[in-house]
Design a protein. Structure first.
Lengths: 158, 340
């Protein structure tokens, strides 16, 4: 609710009707204004056909599913899980074949990844685009994304 | 080989400052300490605070040139800058609670000297120094009241650090909006009066009339519910609000002060009226985060037809921006809010 500054700790059940009504009314007022604005911005975009015919009608369906739950074929789910695990292992094997990557190193370890990408003399020897608060080269997802952009840029200019 | 460690052996903090006594940052090897960056600035309407002093080639500054360029590009008026922590390159992790407390004296002196109407701390450390609160992601763009011990009161609106926006360009939209909103609201005191008005329906005859009016309409309606909690199986719907482009109605349902709450004679009639409005397939019912509301309504046996969701629409427009109603209202309609 727009009128409540700290919703996580707010006593919703104890709220007076006057406050509740005002907050509730403000929320819908801005929701409708937002809808008009967004519709104007999205008007004529090809995605609107998908929004009108698939995304919005499926809201009722998804709410029903979340409310009632849905039956899951656990054996099929296990099979998909095994298949994804296999694909992951193949990708890891390919990475271990890269220059400077030791089999004792794990890609899920930040320290090992840091060694492989930046620090090991026999590793990839890349320049870290960013560092952590404590000063070591960062391997966070945004940094890796940035690193990939730098590499692509570099390859394009060569 | 030259030993760097020996370079700083026996290092004494420069410019012994009695206000800094007890601060552990002074024991660290810094190029300088206690830079009183506020001594030469004059009064200004807006003060933008950086995290700590930057020391480069013998000179100190609050923001790097690139960060300063970004602030000047987005802030529509003149401003002065200062650092929240007066030693160079200090990070949040370096500072103990006592260090923060000691350094706040300098910060208060900075604010008393500049006497701003609006203080904008950039990033978590600057916000923590000022407000004693952490969590810049949730608190950015909100307004807080602040008063120094000497009695100067001002508004504080924390924002992302410009460095974070250079690193993550998707944050630039938020930085620009936060700076603009803060300036318009607390320096210009600009306010746009919207056409917001609402009626609370407290009488069953009025509710029946409303239901008759809306049950066959093809007019798009904004809708929202307020609940006693987040669990759709256990918690109750206190009120339902419906907005057309002309008016807003609030229907009290299971609120303790409602004439239509469970146990009251008009309980069933009220829900029948609500059902007729919700199950009208001819008009769009627009919610924000519709699934939350729909699950509560299903628990009351209401199956809403022709639902639209502004949270999803906005995600389609720009998936990188925050999507809460509060964030989006501040982004697009900040001038209509009483406070940020």
């Amino acid at each position: 609710m727009l009128t409540i500054s700290n919703p996580a700790t707010f006593d919703w059940a104890g709220m007076s009707l006057a406050d509740c009504a005002e907050g509730n009314a403000r929320d819908t007022y801005f929701t409708l204004k937002l809808y008009d604005l967004l519709l104007e911005k999205l008007e004529g975009q090809p995605v609107m056909t998908l929004v009108e015919n698939v995304i919005m009608p499926s809201l009722e369906l998804f709410s029903d599913m979340e409310y009632n739950g849905l039956q899951v074929d656990t054996s099929q789910l296990d099979a998909v899980g095994r298949q994804l695990e296999g694909q992951n292992m193949n990708l890891e094997d390919e990475l271990y074949e890269c220059k400077g990557v030791k089999t004792s190193q794990s890609f899920t370890s930040n320290n090992d990844l840091c060694d492989i990408l930046y620090l090991d003399e026999e590793g990839m020897g890349l320049y870290p685009p960013d560092r952590t608060g404590k000063g070591s080269p960062s391997v966070s997802a945004p940094t890796l994304k940035l690193l990939l952009e730098h590499i692509e840029e570099e390859l394009q200019t060569r | 080989m030259f030993n760097l460690d020996k370079l700083y052996q026996g290092h004494k903090p420069h410019g012994d400052n009695p206000l800094c006594e007890g601060c552990t940052i002074l024991d660290k090897n810094k190029s300088c300490h206690s830079v009183m960056d506020y001594e030469e600035v004059s009064t200004a309407d807006t003060l933008i605070l950086s995290d700590s002093i930057k020391y480069k080639m013998g000179s100190t500054q609050s923001f790097a040139p690139e960060e300063m360029r970004l602030l000047k590009e987005f802030y529509p008026a003149d401003f002065v800058t200062a650092a929240a922590v007066k030693c160079p390159s200090v990070k949040e992790a370096d500072m103990t609670a006592n260090d923060l407390k000691i350094c706040r004296v300098h910060l208060e002196a900075t604010i008393d000297k500049i006497k701003p109407k609006l203080v904008i701390p950039c990033g978590n450390l600057a916000m923590k120094m000022l407000l004693k609160k952490s969590g810049i992601t949730n608190k950015r763009g909100k307004s807080f009241d602040y008063e120094t011990e000497a009695g100067h009161g001002c508004k504080v609106v924390p924002i992302y650090h410009p460095y974070a926006c250079i690193k993550e360009p998707r944050h630039k939209v938020l930085l620009e909006a936060d700076l603009k909103n803060a300036y318009e609201k607390y320096v210009l005191h600009k306010e746009t009066k919207g056409d917001f008005k609402y009626t609370v329906v407290m009488n069953i005859d009025d509710l029946i009339a409303l239901s008759d009016k809306l049950k066959d309409t093809d007019q798009t309606l904004g809708m929202d519910i307020e609940t006693t909690g987040l669990n759709f199986l256990k918690d109750d719907i206190m009120t339902l609000s419906i907005t057309s482009h002309e008016n807003t109605w609030v229907i009290p349902l299971d609120h303790r002060e409602s004439p239509f709450r469970k146990g009251e004679p008009d309980y069933a009639k009220a829900w029948t009226c609500v059902r007729r409005i919700l199950e009208n397939p001819k008009n769009r019912k627009v919610f924000h985060n519709a699934k939350f509301d729909l699950k509560f309504l299903i628990n009351y046996g209401m199956h809403t037809k022709n639902v639209w969701d502004t949270k999803i629409l906005h995600h389609i427009l720009d998936e990188n921006l925050p999507k809460s109603l509060m964030d989006l209202t501040k982004l697009y309609f900040a001038s209509e809010l009483e406070n940020l």
